[in-house]
Every structure is written in C-alpha cells, then in structure tokens.
Design a protein around this ligand. Structure first.
Ligand SMILES: Cc1ncc(C[n+]2csc(CCOP(=O)(O)OP(=O)(O)O)c2C)c(N)n1
Ligand SMILES: [Mg+2]
Length: 347
C-alpha cells in the first residue's frame, strides 16, 4: 500500500512527497473540512425529508478530493453516485448537486464549459464510458485525461474489466479509481473476489495498478498525478485502488450499517481519519489552527445554506419539463401528453 503520511500526520515516505506548496496543503485541508460539513448537512436534510437521494462521503474525503486536486481543469470526471464532491470541486455548482439529490432535471444539467458527466447510478457503467471519453481525448490530441470512480463492488462488474481492457489496448489516457470503502452496501470486499487486492486486477488488462492509502490525501494526490502524467505521455491508463471507509450508511434510503459492521471496525478506521492526520501535520508546521478551522466551518455553513436556498428557489419540476428535456423531437403520443400536462399545469 502506497502511503506518504501516516495516521499520526508523520511523513513516512519523504521521497514520494508531492509538488504541493504550503498553500496547496492548506487548501486540501480546507476542502476536506468543508466537504465533511456539507456531508453532515446533507445527511441531516435528508432525515428531514428535504433532500431525496444521498450517498454519504465522510471517510472518503482524501480519496475523493486528493484525486480531484491532481487534475487539470480540462480533465474529464466521470463520477458514480457517491462522487459528487469531486465534480463540485471541479466547478459543478453546489445548488445543482442538491437538485441532483432531489431528482430535479436541472441537477443533471452540467454547465457547458465543465468537463464532467452526470453521476452514474448503474454500477460500473462509467468505466466503459471513461474508456470512450479517454479514447476521444487521445484522437482529438487533447492534453488531458479522463478519470472515473467506482467502488469495491463495482470492481466485480463485467463493465470494469471491459473498460480497463479497452483503454489499455488503445492506450487511452484514463484513470480508473476504485474507492475500496470495504463494503458494497452490506457485502464485505473480501466476499466480492478471491483476488488479494483490487489493484492487481490491472494485470489482466496489462496496465499498472496501485494500492493506495485512501485516508492519506498526499498519497492519493501523488498517485493520481503519476497516473495522469502516464496518460498524457501516451503510456495509457492506470488503475488505483484507494483503501478507505464510509463512516455513514450506504445511502440515506434505510441502510443500517450496524447490521453488517462492528463498532470495533468503525473505531479502527476512524483512527485513520484523513482530516485528523492532515490537521496534525499542518499544526506541527504552524500552517493550521483551531481558529482557521472554525473560519472554514463558518464559511462552509453559510455557503451551504445559500446553496440550499438556491435549490429551494429553483422552479419546481413539472411533468412537461421532463417530457421536453428528454426529447429533442417528440413522438406523436408524447406530443399529445405534453399538451395535456401543459393544460393541467396552467391551472
Ligand atoms: C448494475 C447495478 N447493479 C446493482 C445496483 C444496486 N447497487 C447500488 S449501490 C450498490 C453497491 C455498490 O458498492 P460499491 O461499488 O462498493 O460502491 P460504494 O457504494 O461502496 O461506494 C449496488 C449493488 C446498481 N445500482 N447497478
Ligand atoms: Mg464499496
């Protein structure tokens, strides 16, 4: 397992320390704190019945944000349902992320200039799409890569092998990140496969695979940066397995982790928390303080509140919106229905 900073915030692999300035490290800390606050708010809103679909992210911040930070703005992100933080930090407006949770069509309308696809719900489908996006980038001679994310469960899907194999064969600049958070809903990772690691699944596709400490933001950043450079150099795709944990339930739709995880296991992973270790590292260097963290928390709370308000203020979705947004040219039966709904909605 590739690690740079241990649980105590000590650098254990000086040679691999990435090209990050003090300001970058503070920014990574800021983003992780912000994202945790946002996650807590989203969970609470969901409990109040104000959000809809939500897949918690606490415990996966280093894996998500460290990898996104290694990207260039021109790189493409092809996310799964849990990977909303990566696209928000790439530029997707936060209020639209809340609308995505609500199943509002505007939550799926990615701004034209942003190189992001809408989060994929079908497990593994994004791996094949990413192979295609990456091949497109190569054919158009773009100096950018496509990154995608799936989970330990996703690494059991046929699409996972197809996508990696295809990208490997065409040397497409793709980065496949498997966030191994130990469970696919209630199924433990070791029940998914007889392979010792998910990283080793890259061997069959003839591409490099690396197991990374997914609670160590520096290791995730450095590994993603390497994979990106490999892609840009024409050497093809890479697989990264980031070992992490989701502290919360699978989604807010009734999953109860106490039925399949022990509190000992939770405790063990919480000791590896990505925020705690970067905070220790930065505090030792006088680059972080309680005061600074409180400022980040306060700003996050304000901005999140404003984003929720903006989502609340967005006109409610109508059935006619759905019909119009789904079809460029309407078939006759839908034309009739559209008229019917417009009529009803006008009353
Ligand atoms: C093709 C497909 N099969 C089943 C599901 C139902 N499903 C949703 S999430 C999930 C588990 C995925 O686990 P993992 O890949 O480890 O990702 P995680 O949720 O842990 O991030 C399953 C089986 C689905 N969405 N798509
Ligand atoms: Mg999982």
């Amino acid at each position: 397992m590739f690690q740079i900073m241990n649980e105590e915030g000590e650098i254990v692999n000086e040679d691999a320390f990435p090209d990050l300035t003090d300001e970058d490290l503070q920014e990574l800390m800021r983003r992780m704190v912000y994202t945790r606050i946002w996650d807590q708010r989203a969970v609470s809103l969901n409990r109040q019945g104000r959000l809809g679909f939500y897949a918690p992210v606490a415990g996966q911040e280093a894996s998500m944000l460290g990898s996104q930070y290694a990207l260039d703005q021109e790189d493409w992100i092809v996310p799964g349902y849990r990977d909303v933080p990566q696209i928000v930090w790439h530029g997707f407006p936060l209020y639209q992320a809340f609308l995505f949770s609500r199943g509002h069509y505007h939550g799926g309308q990615i701004p034209e200039e942003l190189n992001v696809l809408s989060p994929q719900i079908i497990i593994g489908a994004q791996i094949v799409q990413t192979a295609g996006v990456a091949l497109g980038l190569k054919k158009k001679e773009k100096n950018s890569v496509a990154i995608t994310y799936t989970g330990d469960g996703g690494a059991s899907q046929g699409d996972f092998y197809e996508g990696m194999n295809f990208a490997g064969s065409f040397k497409a600049p793709a980065i496949f990140v498997v966030q191994n958070n130990q469970f696919a809903i209630s199924v433990p990772a070791d029940a998914q496969t007889s392979a010792k690691t998910i990283a080793q699944k890259s061997v069959a596709a003839g591409i490099p695979g690396r197991q990374v400490d997914g609670m160590d933001v520096l290791a995730v950043y450095a590994a993603t940066k390497d994979a990106r450079e490999r892609g840009l150099a024409g050497d093809g795709p890479s697989l990264l397995e980031t070992l992490c944990y989701r502290y919360g339930p699978h989604t807010m739709a009734g999953d109860d982790p106490t039925r399949y995880r022990t509190s000992d296991m939770d405790d063990e992973w919480e000791k590896r928390d990505p925020l705690v270790r970067l905070r220790k590292y930065l505090e030792n260097k006088d680059l972080w303080s309680e005061e600074r963290e409180n400022e980040v928390v306060d700003t996050a709370k304000e901005e999140i509140k404003a984003a929720i308000k903006q989502a609340d203020d967005t006109p409610k979705q109508k059935v006619s919106d759905l019909i119009e947004n789904m079809n460029d040219v309407l078939p006759p039966n839908l034309k009739d229905q559209l008229e019917e709904y417009r009529e009803k909605e006008s009353k």
